[in-house]
Write a protein that binds this ligand. Sequence first.
Ligand SMILES: [Ca+2]
Ligand SMILES: [Ca+2]
Length: 469
Amino acid sequence: MKLVKILIVFAANLICLFCQAQEIVAKKRVLVLTDIENEPDDTQSLIRFLTYSNQWDVEGLVATTSVHQKNKIAVSKIKEIVTAYGKVRQNLLLHEKGYPETEYLLGITKASYPEFGMNAVGKGKDSEGSDWIISVVDKKDERPVWIPVWGGANCLAQALWKVSMTRSSEDLKKFISKIRVYSISDQDDTGPWIRKSFPDLFFVASPGYHAAGAYHYATWSGISGDKFHGRFSGGDFEIVDNPWLDENVRNHGPLGAEYPFTKFLMEGDTPSFLGLINNGINDPEKPNYGGWGGRYEYYTPRTQKWFYEAETRPIWTDAVDEVLGKDGSYHTGNKPTIWRWRPAFQNDFAARMDWTIKGYKEANHPPVAVLKHSNFLTAKSGEKINLSGEGSKDPDGNTLSYQWMHYAEPGSYPYKEPLVIADLNAISTTLVAPKVTKPETIHIILSVTDNGTPALTRYQRVIVTVIPE
Ligand SMILES: [Ca+2]
Ligand SMILES: [Ca+2]
């Protein structure tokens, strides 16, 4: 009897350890740099960011300058939005645990050096923001620090400059290895300097060179726009336009009330953290896999030298997806890598805004997508592969629907070749491994969507390696 009891306790501890391990693996450390107040969209992004703040260990909110706001930073605006979050935090906690304390977030809100670009880098240009970045990266915590850059990158540049001047090359290397940057284009001249000076630094950016004076070509514009240019029209504009935001965000309590009217595009900076949301499809260490924040490949992008100096090394940058648009035609480009997920990430945000004002039973919560098998399968050409989402569930008891999609671009199997999944909308289905002449990878995405309001989607990714017969 005693032995049974000990075994039960042992098993329970094992399960608990496993839970903790999962949580540690899942939570990412995040430190945001924002030129908030340059236009309304950083404030919009910060509101969305805070509704997901329980998913991460938020380690810093740093106010910066940018090309749009050269000598001004707005710490007070960050504090204003965090204070509004504080009014709804208790309500958010009715829905998911882990939302950080308001006082904690105010304490990690920092100022950078209020000058433009490289003028804020070098001797005497330390700021509480740049010192904070160093102390966060230095923490005895092996997890990398994700740094979404919503404006200029000069505060990060100063941190890197200081470390490079004061530490051995080995220690600098270790420091660099713990940083993951996603910059919304280059909004000052320090992005190119950082990449050139620290060639090993993990860096995602769509440089978005100025053609005809606008960032027409940057991947991040796939988040919401743009209705002024027909070529971007594949995505659903209605669900990122002001009337939708009025109904689903702005009329939602004290946090929603802070969400400003969109002047140009909704939330241009949000792709920098959409890919960090733990939804089953995002795999931020592998930007070429694609997810809510878009898809990126590793190469040296072309940039126009007259704007910033030419790119010096490979970074994670624009990738191309072909996606069926709302207009019924196929769109090929970098922006579809984001707008293809727009209905899912907008509904997800709408649900979280509901969480700020509603009780658990009045709001919707995302399903849990589960695979009955491994995420990694291997098959020989001609073999039948069983795919199953059995075990998927929903915390609200909603009915679930299933969709299997061949996400062709991240795989090595030539994407124009036909690939037949027997039933695209069944919980379990099959796929016949295609003929290959060398080992090829195929990415299959399972989307599990509930029938709550708004409908919410979670994913699993199956990577099939097909080997020749
Ligand atoms: Ca910004
Ligand atoms: Ca649900």
